[in-house]
Design a protein around this ligand. Sequence first.
Ligand code: SAH
Length: 194
Amino acid sequence: MSAWIGKTAFLLGLVVFVAIRVPHDKRSKETKIAESRKGVLEATLLALMGIGGFLLPLVFIVSPLFSFADYPLRLLPLSGGIVCLGFSFWLFYRSHTDLGANWSNSLELRENHQLVIVGIYKSIRHPMYASIFVYALAQALLLSNWIAGLGCLVAFVLMLVFRLRPEERMMLEKFGQPYQDYMERTKRFIPGFW
Ligand code: SAH
């Protein structure tokens, strides 16, 4: 029974996450890309995110293909997953709002790209990635299946490993000292800690 609650919560969460992104995606497309560092690796990682965050959960929800990797969903992970979803929505919305037209889903700089160091970006450098991580954690807690549950988390951790340093290098090359100062006074994901 609770497996279905988890699946329903996940599907609703996916819809909310996409709904938060769509208007920002449309708006940022109005600003041209000035520089792109999107290579084969980056494209592969984005595809893996699509598989882990969308395709695998969908297969799990609509077919019995992954049933060999099912386990019972308990109340604690279910409640934890719902709390994580709520928090990820808030953080995702805040970071999108603060980043505005400077957002890209890849390693890109837009025309007249502005360095954002206010709002949620005053506390941490990667609030959007933090929100996606918490969302992926929610997926792992809500979908009681080792394959569909962990898909997004595995893909996103891989993406972070390969994207974080190149992104900070790109920002450093573009903005120089102001970004260096920003790096020195902020942490990546957890204020004052990490
Ligand atoms: N890493 C950030 C942004 C994710 S979106 C976060 O997790 O919140 C990725 C794009 O945002 C990058 O390609 C870069 O162009 C842009 N970006 C990252 N940090 C930025 C900042 N502080 N100000 C403006 N643009 C930024």
